[in-house]
Structure formats: C-alpha cells, structure tokens
Design a binder for this molecule. Structure first.
Ligand SMILES: Cc1cc2nc3c(=O)[nH]c(=O)nc-3n(C[C@H](O)[C@H](O)[C@H](O)COP(=O)(O)OP(=O)(O)OC[C@H]3O[C@@H](n4cnc5c(N)ncnc54)[C@H](O)[C@@H]3O)c2cc1C
Length: 409
C-alpha cells in the first residue's frame, strides 16, 4: 500500500495487545474482516498479566482459544496470603467451586504468550484478520458513514484506513481516546510497581503458586508462570516508591531481593519493568463509531489481576454487540449498553476492589484498617462460604450479551 491508497474494512482495531487481537479474532470468527494496526514490530514482551480468573475462561473457550492457551500455560486452584511480619499463612482455593462452575481453576499464562496463541489460531484457521505491525495511529476522524484512521509507518509514511467502526484497544496511553477528545478520569498512585520475571526455588522456600505477601515494605504478588528450568519461571511484583526509571528500579531491587529472596546463587532475573499505576476510566467507552476496550477504556493497578480480566469481559461483550450491529440484527443501542455497562462495572466493582487489594497487600496490618482487612483474610481460611463468596466475585464483572430468541448472538 502507498500513501495515496486507502484500505477499507468493516472494523479497524487499534492496538495488537491481548484485547485488540482477541477482538479481531472474535469478530473474524463471525465472518467480519478486521484490520489491526499495531505500532510495535511484533508482540510486546514486557512482563504484564499472567493470571486469567476462572470466570474469564468460558469466554476464551467460546472464542476457541482456551484449549491452546491452557496447553501453553497451566491451570491452578490455590491461593495463599502470607503475613510477612508474623509468618502466618492463610490458604483457600478454587476447589471450593468444583461442581458449581464450568472451570474451577485459573489459567496462568504470560499475556504475550496469550497473544501468540491467538495469532497462531488466526493463522491456522485462516480467519480474515490483517495484522499490520509497525503502524502508529496518529489520526482518527469520523463522519456519518464511517471512520478514517491514519497510521504512520516506521519510516513516517502515512497510511489511511477507512472503516465502519474503530475499536481503540491501544492501552492506557490510548491515542484513539485522546484523538477522540475523551479524558481519562481518576488518579495515578504515587508509587510504582516493579514486575520481575525470576527463576527462584519459591516452592522449596514454602511459597504457593499464587502468594500475596502482605507487608508495608515487603508486600508482593508472587505468581508461578511456568515450569521451566526446574524451579519454574515466576512473576514477582512489588511496590517501589522511587522506581521512576529502570536504573533506579534495578539498583533498589538488588537490596530488596537480598532480603526477600536471599538465596542469591539460585536467583536468576529474566526481565523486569517498572510501571505507573492508575485508577482511571474514559469519559465514555463509545463516541459515535469509535469504541474503547481494555486499558484504553479503563486502567487499574494490577493487585488481584483485574485489569485484563475487565478487558476480556469487554471483549466478549463487544464482539457479540458489534457483530450484531454489523449484521443488522440489533440497532446500535447494544453498543451504548456496552459502553454504559462496562464503564459502570469498572467504576463500581473493578476499581474499588483493586484499590482495596493494593491497600491490603502493600499496607501495614498494624493500623486499625489493616488489622480489620487481615481479619477478613483469616476468615477466608476458616469459613468456606466466605472463601466461596470471594472467589465468585469475578463472575460479577461479566456483562452478558443480549440474547435474541433464546440464542447467543
Ligand atoms: C505488572 C502487571 C501485571 C499484571 N497482571 C495482570 C493479571 O495477572 N491479570 C490481569 O487480568 N491483568 C493484569 N495486568 C493488566 C494487564 O496487563 C492489562 O490490563 C492488559 O495489558 C490490557 O491489554 P490491552 O490489550 O487493553 O492493552 P495493552 O496490552 O497495553 O496493548 C495495547 C497495544 O496497543 C499498542 N498501541 C499503543 N498506542 C498505539 C498507537 N497509537 N497505534 C497503534 N498501536 C498502539 C501498544 O503497542 C500495545 O501493543 C497486569 C499489569 C501489569 C503492569
């Protein structure tokens, strides 16, 4: 394509992260051609999501992704909270939901691997998805009949795409959102998260495959990613008030790890990345023919793994809603419903819960609020009904598709 030509497609997805690629895959499975514009040369490899909560797995299954994703990752049930000061451990698990839900386990898989799996399925099933790497979207203009999207190639050449609908799945710094004049309300936390991928004999040291270390200084989220290298690869995420860049993060990490992962000879850092943390949401998730999904629509701190969880539930609803509109089975009110409901779920459920999770894990259990929060954690280990209720929470984050004549769209 040259700068003078223009591609035409029903849907342009901006962003080739998990939300963008899964939206493209789902629409293409319904016979709708999609162009994906992604600014990177390939799949982004930074350490980010690992955990897919049980309630999201039915949607991955409907998209035809679950089986390959499960084979690439692994399934697990158990949770552990470790009070770093007292050494007390509280354990409970998804076995409590067996017989009540279809998938009584979480899937662990690094999010770049989930994107790899989805891209491989698109290729294998010859789905009508045209992924264009190295395209940075710099312009979005809509009129009554469609949207024009301008992308810059890596040599700066502009490329124009015309679509009936655009999905902005271009992450928390979304260009689609800002080019549409939408603000991103909320707050940015003063501390940063440092996500590390590390080989370390956590299991020999008594850690469970998902462990929340509760402490003001040494609070951490520890999650096993895979079984490589005998010890397995683990994601160790902690909070650093100063890690504003990689050099500062690396310098402070050495001292931090000497305390929490003291077997230095057995410790091998594979990658790390400091992240700003937000609780933010777009003014609206729909502006005419532009729809926002995933982090472009809402960003949360990742304590409790609710970020991509929300993005996956956006994805499942948006695929069904947009496909129904494109096939003229529904008026576009279903897209207003999408925008309204997904924003409401984020504001009322995801964001407050993720904020409470962060305050618990990275706070003191000595304050009155911290002590009360720890008492609630202890109850999870003692009262199966309390644990069941907590585990069922992620189900509340889903918005069911509109069902017509008894059938899912
Ligand atoms: C340390 C950490 C751990 C996490 N763990 C979990 C977890 O376990 N479970 C969970 O549910 N969530 C987790 N999250 C959150 C999760 O990573 C995000 O919610 C997820 O990445 C959102 O996916 P996305 O596709 O919406 O956006 P992104 O993954 O940010 O993808 C956006 C894509 O858009 C591209 N892009 C950006 N601008 C442009 C442009 N102008 N033109 C073209 N392309 C563009 C980017 O290059 C990128 O590839 C975690 C986050 C962090 C930081």
């Amino acid at each position: 394509m040259t700068s003078s030509t223009e591609s035409r497609t029903p849907v342009v997805v901006v962003g080739g992260g998990p939300v963008g690629i899964l939206n493209a895959l789902g629409l293409a499975r319904q016979g709708i051609p999609v162009t994906v514009l992604e600014r990177n040369d390939g799949v982004a490899r930074a350490p980010r999501a690992v955990v897919y909560h049980w309630a999201t797995l039915e949607g991955l299954d409907r998209l035809g992704v679950l089986s390959d994703a499960s084979a690439a990752g692994f399934l697990k049930q158990d949770y552990c909270f470790l009070n770093w000061q007292t050494g007390e451990r509280v354990r409970y698990g998804l076995s409590l939901l067996e017989g009540q839900v279809t998938h009584a386990h979480n899937l662990h898989l690094a999010q770049d691997r989930l994107v790899d799996v989805a891209l491989e399925i698109i290729r294998r099933d010859a789905l009508p998805v045209d992924v264009r790497w190295g395209r940075t979207v710099i312009g979005v203009q809509q009129d009554d009949s469609g949207v024009s999207v301008t992308a810059a190639r890596q040599d700066g050449t502009p490329e124009r795409h015309r679509a009936s609908w655009v999905i902005g799945a271009d992450g928390a710094g979304s260009a689609v959102r800002s080019l549409s004049g939408l603000s991103f309300e909320g707050l940015t936390w003063p501390e940063r998260f440092v996500a590390t991928d590390v080989h370390y004999p956590f299991e020999e040291e008594g850690f469970d495959q998902t462990t929340f270390v509760v402490d003001e200084t040494f609070g951490a989220i520890i999650v096993k990613i895979n079984n490589d290298h005998g010890t397995g690869l683990w994601r160790y995420t902690y909070c650093d008030p100063l890690a504003e860049n990689r050099d500062v993060a690396l310098e402070r990490m050495g001292r931090f790890f000497d305390t929490v992962l003291p077997r230095e000879a057995d410790r091998e850092m594979v990658s790390f990345s400091p992240y700003n943390m937000h609780q933010r949401w777009a003014t609206t998730f729909r502006l005419g023919r532009v729809l926002l999904a995933g982090d472009a629509a809402h960003a949360t701190n990742p304590t409790g793994g609710l970020g991509l969880t929300g993005g996956l539930f956006d994805t499942y609803l948006l695929i069904d809603s947009l496909a129904a509109v494109l096939r003229r089975r529904q008026d576009d009110w279903v897209l207003d419903r999408y925008a309204h409901e997904r924003r409401r779920v984020f504001q009322e459920l995801v964001s407050p819960t993720a904020s409470a999770n962060k305050r618990l894990i990275f706070g003191s259990t000595q304050t009155p609020e911290g002590a009360a929060a720890w008492t609630r954690v202890q109850r999870l280990g003692q009262d199966p009904e309390a644990a069941r209720a907590r585990l069922m929470f992620t189900r509340q984050l889903e918005t069911p598709a509109v069902v017509t004549a008894g059938a899912r769209l």
